[in-house]
Design a protein around this ligand. Structure first.
Ligand code: SF4
Length: 360
């Protein structure tokens, strides 16, 4: 997750909630992508550190647990940069220019010069981020599936160029018989197993729940329509009060439809079945007003946000605790990443590099 500062409900529903579940099922590595933030915000890195800490606090608030997963910060694991460099050598430019988000973001992000190598090459950095942990699965939303596909292509290309781990083992009698039948006399008594350095990771698609912001568009900090995980109860209630509703319900007596109302979308994600039933019945019959309906949605949000904010406070009051988690996670990530890099260098014939310690 890029270090863009405090997170909002859209980030929670679109990724974080799923991560919290995943930490019980997988061996997870989650990192704060501060280098990725630089690909678009290189001109002003002044808030990088503060934004990174805010992301971590929201992760901890949402329930990521350092005892169950590894949380770290990208720039504290320099091996990501080394692998990025090596992968950039083998990545054809055309592959990067075809990434759908490249053109899309260049058109949509205004006021920033994105004609940089860093911006074009950020999917290669992402590939390095994934491959360096030899990840089998990457939890992503629909818009990131193309990046995981690109990572697979880069891994495949790397594995073809630099096959590694040629292990030999004794031929079994069956293998010897097969080889003899096929090739005649067999002089060597070995079989070679070529083990690729990188597995090809799969995208684990996060089911995309539609989470609208207060103006009905997709929730986003840049639209100014977001409900933040740190918003206190009065702010949440105020934001809900101004939220747009079904445009057909102009007067209290007009009947509405929760399926075309952004508040209805919130209910579908956060409210209980009983509340949903009341919303459908009351909205369609004009039996309830939007103010009442919004207050029920606010109740559901507050119920989720309150425990998060309590957990966050513990770390806000003692930021050292949060930094300790990041440092321990970064040390663990370095161990795994360095082991991968040893194999990468060996496979590329670069294992004449100076001793490891000089690279830290
Ligand atoms: S009653 Fe609720 S679901 Fe229906 S239009 Fe109003 S806010 Fe939307």
């Amino acid at each position: 997750m890029r270090s863009t500062g405090k997170l909002h409900l859209g980030n929670y529903v679109g990724a974080l909630e799923n991560w919290v579940r995943m930490q019980d099922q997988y061996d997870c590595f989650f990192f704060i992508a501060d280098w990725h933030a630089l690909t678009t915000d290189y001109a002003d890195p002044s808030r990088l550190k503060e934004n990174s800490v805010d992301v971590l606090l929201d992760w901890l608030a949402a329930g990521l647990d350092p005892a169950k997963c590894v949380m770290f910060i990208q720039s504290h694991v320099p091996a990501h940069a080394e692998l990025h460099l090596l992968l950039s050598m083998i990545t054809p430019l055309g592959w990067l220019e075809r990434v759908p988000t490249y053109k899309e973001q260049k058109e949509n992000i205004k006021g920033k010069d994105l004609d940089t190598y860093g911006f074009l090459g950020y999917p290669v950095l992402q590939s390095a981020d994934i491959l360096i942990y030899r990840a089998n699965s990457v939890p992503v939303g629909e818009d990131q599936v193309a990046h995981v596909e690109l990572t697979r292509e880069i891994a495949r290309r790397f594995n073809q160029f630099y096959p590694i781990k040629v292990e030999s083992e004794e031929l079994t009698p069956a293998q010897r018989a097969w080889c003899t039948a096929r090739y005649g006399e067999v002089l060597l008594n070995t079989v070679y197993v070529v083990d690729p350095v990188f597995p090809e990771p799969q995208a684990l698609l996060t089911p995309a729940a539609r989470l609208p912001g207060t103006d009905g568009r997709k929730m986003s900090k840049s639209y100014g329509n977001a409900i933040m995980l740190t918003d206190p109860e009065p702010v949440v209630r105020q934001k809900l009060k101004t939220m747009v509703t079904d445009p057909a319900r102009i007067r209290r007596s007009d009947k509405g439809n929760p399926d075309v109302c952004p508040v209805g979308d919130l209910h579908k994600i956060f409210s209980s079945k009983e509340t949903m039933a009341k919303v459908y019945e009351g909205c369609r019959s004009a039996g309830i007003g939007c103010i009442e309906c919004k207050s029920w949605a606010a109740d559901a949000l507050v119920q989720i946000l309150n425990p998060m904010q309590e957990r966050r406070k513990k770390y806000e009051d003692n930021p050292r605790l949060a930094w300790d988690i990041l440092e321990a996670g970064s040390a663990r990530a370095r161990e795994v990443a360095d082991a991968t890099m040893d194999e990468v260098r060996e496979s590329m014939g670069l294992d004449y590099a100076p001793a490891k310690d000089s690279r830290k």
